[in-house]
Design a protein around this ligand. Structure first.
Ligand code: NAP
Length: 182
């Protein structure tokens, strides 16, 4: 797949490394933006409050499949939207998903050490399912769907829960699965 990551920090850079190892072609864009017209899928991994600014600096996004990995710690979603992911879709108009916002980037390189494959939550458009689930697996996660894109607000609001768990455990992964798959 041709993937463009918008944001090349902990999340964008870390997933880019994993996806390159899995054989994908990845273009990394930072705050200066660039062109994404050749991308099969774009990952948005910039600070949650900078999404509008970041999208404005990227051309060729119309109709593209997008995975939004952002969180909005302490910030409301953009005015008129329940979530950053729905705001992103209003700008790009293509299949959109929320994923990778509820796992720690610092553990990307160690997922293979887990006893069972860690889960990673995603929600979004059915048209994005194949791409999102494949890129979850190629990053070392087992994808778990939480619903349509309207569930993005729920995923974004779950960040305090994840942080609260981490206060007790330190950096952690999680797995949601039927009993027989644990
Ligand atoms: N860190 C985690 O474990 C984690 C986990 C899940 C979700 N998230 C979320 O994922 C997003 C990225 O987190 P991160 O830890 O990867 O951040 P980060 O390491 O600070 O990287 C941020 C990236 O965004 C770019 N950027 C900053 N301001 C921008 C702007 N105004 N316009 C366009 N691009 C801009 C930076 O560009 P330059 O390269 O040019 O500096 C950098 O590449 C955040 O929304 C965060 O809440 C983080």
């Amino acid at each position: 797949m041709r993937i463009t990551v918008l944001g090349r920090g902990n999340v964008g850079g870390g997933l880019a490394d994993a996806w390159e190892r899995a054989g994908h072609h990845v273009t990394r864009l930072g705050r200066d933006g660039g062109d994404a017209s050749d991308a099969d899928v774009v990952l948005v991994a910039v600070p949650g409050g900078a999404v509008a600014d970041a999208l404005d600096r990227v051309s060729g996004l119309e109709g593209t499949t997008v995975i939004d990995a952002t969180n909005l710690p302490g910030l409301p979603p953009p005015e008129g939207f329940a979530s950053n992911a729905e705001f992103v879709k209003s700008k790009t108009g293509g299949p959109t998903a929320k994923s990778f916002n509820l796992n720690l980037a610092s553990l990307y390189g160690q997922l293979g050490e887990a006893r069972a494959t860690p889960s990673n939550l995603w929600c979004g458009d059915e048209e994005a399912r194949q791409v999102v689930e494949r890129l979850n697996r190629d990053a070392g996660y087992d994808p778990v769907r939480t619903g349509p894109l309207e569930a993005a607000a729920l995923q974004e609001s779950a960040l305090p829960l994840i942080l609260a768990i981490g206060e007790g455990t330190g950096p952690f992964v999680y797995r949601f699965a039927p009993l027989g798959e644990l």
